[in-house]
Design a protein around this ligand. Structure first.
Ligand SMILES: C[S@@+](CC[C@H](N)C(=O)[O-])C[C@H]1O[C@@H](n2cnc3c(N)ncnc32)[C@H](O)[C@@H]1O
Length: 249
C-alpha cells in the first residue's frame, strides 16, 4: 500500500477525483491509503502536485504554499519509525562522507559540528565510527521536528530547536553538515542562523538529493558572503546527489 498525504481541507477535492477512500488524520496530516498498483487518475494529477517523500509516501497538494507545513507534520508523524523507513546504511554512509569532507575542507580545526536537519541523530553513529585527528569533536543537532529531536537525544546527540539557534549570538561551530535535508522545500528556513554561528574559516557541507535545492542553497549562502563550490565526487554524487561546500570568510 501507498500513502497519499494531503492537507485536510483538500481532502474533499481529492476524494471527488479519486473515489471513496478511508482517510486518517496524523499530526494534522490527512492520509489516504491506496494500493501500490493503483494508478492515479489523470484529472487528479492535473490538479494536484505529487511529490515522493520516502518510499510509498506521496505528498499531494493543490496549493504548493501548503507543502512546508505538511512536510513538518509528515516528519513529526514518522519520526518514531524513520530509521525503519529509510535505508539506514545509506544515510549513515552519507553523513560519514560529509563529516570526513568537513575535516578535509575546513580551514580551521574541527572542534564543534552542527548537524543541520539531524533527524533521529544518525550522525552520532557516523561520528563514533570515524577516527578524528584530535579526538572526537562536539556534535549538536538542530531539527524543526520535536519528535526527531527526541529520537536524536536517545542517541545521546545534544539537540537544539531552530528557535534556540535563532537567539544565539556567538559563533561556535567549526563545521555544519546537512544530510538529506537541502532538497526539502523547508530546508532553508534556518540556514541563515546556522551560518551566523559558523566561525570564520568554518565550512558548510551538504548533499542535495537528486540535485534539488542546490541552486537555492548556493544562492542563499553566497548572499550571506560564502565562497561556494560544487564538490566533485562522481560516485558519491550519483548515490546521494550534488554536493555543496561553502566556506565562511
Ligand atoms: C530526510 S530527514 C534527514 C535526517 C538525517 N539528516 C539523515 O540523514 O538521516 C530530513 C530532516 O530535516 C528536518 N528539517 C527539514 N527542514 C528543516 C529546517 N529548516 N531546519 C532544520 N531541520 C529541518 C526534518 O524535520 C527531518 O528530520
Amino acid at each position: 500500500m501507498c500513502s497519499l498525504l494531503l492537507s485536510r481541507d483538500e481532502v474533499p477535492a481529492a476524494l471527488s477525483l479519486l473515489g471513496p477512500h478511508r482517510c486518517a488524520l496524523h499530526h494534522g496530516l490527512a492520509v489516504l491509503r491506496i494500493r501500490t498498483d493503483q494508478r492515479l487518475p489523470a484529472a487528479f494529477l492535473s490538479e494536484f502536485t505529487v511529490t515522493r517523500l520516502l518510499d510509498r509516501f506521496y505528498l499531494c497538494v493543490r496549493d504548493v504554499r501548503r507543502a512546508p507545513v505538511l512536510y513538518r507534520s509528515f516528519f513529526e508523524w514518522i519520526a518514531y519509525r524513520y530509521d525503519q523507513l529509510i535505508e539506514r546504511s545509506r544515510n549513515v554512509g552519507n553523513i560519514t562522507f560529509l563529516l570526513r569532507q568537513s575535516i578535509r575542507c575546513s580551514r580551521v580545526e574541527i572542534s564543534h559540528i552542527l548537524d543541520y536537519g539531524c533527524g533521529t541523530g544518525l550522525s552520532m553513529q557516523a561520528l563514533r565510527a570515524l577516527r578524528w585527528p584530535e579526538g572526537l569533536p562536539r556534535l549538536t543537532g538542530v531539527d524543526t521536528c520535536p519528535q526527531m529531536r527526541r529520537r536524536a537525544r536517545m542517541r545521546q546527540l545534544r539537540t537544539v530547536s531552530p528557535e534556540q539557534l535563532h537567539v544565539r549570538r556567538v559563533p561556535c561551530f567549526s563545521a555544519i553538515v546537512a544530510s538529506y535535508v537541502l532538497h526539502l522545500p523547508t530546508a532553508l528556513s534556518g540556514v541563515e542562523d546556522a551560518w551566523r554561528l559558523l566561525i570564520p574559516g568554518g565550512v558548510f557541507i551538504g548533499n542535495c538529493h537528486k540535485g534539488l535545492g542546490f541552486a537555492e542553497t548556493r544562492a542563499l549562502l553566497r548572499s550571506l558572503g560564502a565562497e561556494t563550490r560544487r564538490l566533485q565526487d562522481r560516485r558519491h554524487s550519483l548515490a546521494h546527489g550534488h554536493l555543496l561546500v561553502a566556506w565562511k570568510p
